[in-house]
Ligand binder design. Structure first.
Ligand code: HEM
Length: 418
């Protein structure tokens, strides 16, 4: 756990406008002079493990836990999911060119480093809200349009485009697309709201908010560490997933294109659940839809959550125990490369007049290559998956997630200055 956050010092009172309008060289100089890294130096890192929120951690330790911002990869991808997430997509304003993007990325990098370390960013109007970072992570993504604005079209990854239209989709503009993405996660919703506001304010001369989606998982401390969490359909969701450290080649891009080495991609699909009609489905049928038991998440052919499902097993009638249309049968491919890291959050928004609920999943996935890994599985599920009867994709966006920013660099530098 980190020590107490450094207090605001004189160097934090530098006028943000001077910083924003000072041009690339001046901004770089200002960054160095301000010593953003130095400001957070001495902050003892709690490491990735801290953000999974062990039930034994004292409340103040949860508040002061820090996930390191600087590094080879951006935080918030393989970081164990925090309790709360806000996804923001922004549209670049006319005139936001490559030079302006450099300025924005310098500001976001510095602000994110400070916020995630418990240090208020420059000009923070509520600096006290930055004091307990609560495992805050800020992850930045680039949408297809950013490459046009920066006149770097030749460096856009081939897969960076809207996903193909799937038969199950009922997409709404309100939850789709975007030139820039922020995934901001923390174990405290107040800290999270403050961080999102600071980052969005910092971008206001360059970009406008397109959509915001908030999600949640069980609060830290309510479940033993490492427990698979449940979604709002009541299922254990996340049992079989990529394992950071083991499946890294499927998570991190190897350098196609070169600037993306150590980066990844984010697909975010908003999937509405029709919980009102799901209510009519009895327990055995609910288990058949997925192919796993509700009580403990074990495959229907076995007894332990982490047992391998036996897809060849048949019942007394000779029918497959895990049905042909079961979600887990359809969601896996024989091609071991067709896998991705699911980092999902539930949402539960106010229902439309006359409806009882408006819930679902913010289905966020990270993968080295969207076309090779994500699209074939989404296509399989769109073709056949009984779960589709109660779930509907209503939003969809794809972003390239640049590699992390080691000390002395800013996010996206390899693209914008490469
Ligand atoms: C609201 C929509 C969805 C719900 C409620 C849901 C729920 C679940 C559940 C309960 C499991 C079994 C436990 C586990 O291994 O995590 C699962 C597995 C999985 N789901 Fe989904 N899912 C949804 C949408 C999707 C979509 C859209 C995709 C892909 C595009 C997907 C891909 C997967 C994969 C790859 C697995 C692991 C399959 C395996 O290897 O056994 N899911 N999902």
């Amino acid at each position: 756990m980190r020590s107490k956050p450094p207090g605001t010092s004189a160097r934090l009172r530098v006028d943000r406008r001077t910083f924003l309008t000072g041009g690339v060289a001046a901004a770089g100089g200002a960054l160095a002079a301000l010593g953003a890294s130095a400001a957070v130096e001495g902050v003892r890192s709690a490491g990735d493990g801290a953000c999974s929120g062990g039930s034994t951690a004292a409340p103040d330790a949860l508040g002061t836990a820090v996930v390191p911002f600087r590094g080879e990869h951006q935080a918030g991808v393989t970081t164990p999911p925090q309790s709360f997430a806000t996804f923001v997509a922004m549209d670049l304003l006319p005139g936001t060119d490559r030079e302006a993007l450099v300025r924005l990325m310098r500001v976001w990098t510095e602000d994110a480093e400070r916020l995630t370390s418990g240090v208020p960013p420059l000009g923070d109007t509520e600096p006290e809200l930055a004091a307990t970072p609560s495992s805050l992570t800020v992850t930045v993504g680039f949408g297809p349009g950013l490459f046009d604005a920066a006149e770097l079209v030749e460096l856009r990854p081939t897969w960076l485009a809207a996903l193909p239209a799937f038969a199950v989709d009922r997409l709404e503009d309100a939850w789709s697309g975007g030139d820039l993405a922020l995934q901001v996660c923390a174990n405290d919703p107040v800290v999270l709201a403050h961080a999102v506001r600071v980052l969005v304010k910092g971008a206001q001369t360059f970009a406008a908010v397109r959509w915001v989606q908030g999600g949640f998982r069980p609060a830290v401390g309510t479940l033993p560490e490492g427990t698979t969490v449940r979604n709002l359909m009541g299922q254990l969701d996340g049992t079989r997933n990529l394992v950071p450290g083991h499946d890294d080649h499927l998570i991190w891009n190897a350098g196609e294109p070169t600037w993306l080495a150590g980066g990844t991609s984010l697909v975010i699909r908003r999937i509405a659940m029709d919980l009102d009609t799901w209510d009519a489905v009895d327990r055995p049928a609910r288990e058949e839809v997925i192919g796993r038991r509700l009580s403990d998440g074990a495959p229907l052919t076995s007894t332990d959550e982490h047992d391998e499902p036996d897809l060849d097993a048949v019942n007394q009638l000779g029918l497959p125990v895990i049905a042909a249309y079961a979600h887990i049968r359809r969601a896996r491919s024989e091609n071991p490369d067709e896998r991705f890291l699911r980092r999902v959050y539930s949402y539960d928004d106010p229902p439309a007049p006359g409806a009882l609920s408006n819930s679902g999943l913010l289905f966020a996935t990270y993968q080295a290559d969207v076309a090779r890994q994500f699209i074939p599985i989404q296509q399989r599920l769109a073709d056949l998956d009984l779960l589709n009867r109660w779930t509907t994709p209503v939003g969809s966006a794809v972003f390239a997630v640049p590699p992390g920013a080691p000390p002395g660099t800013y996010l996206g530098q390899g693209l914008l200055e490469g």
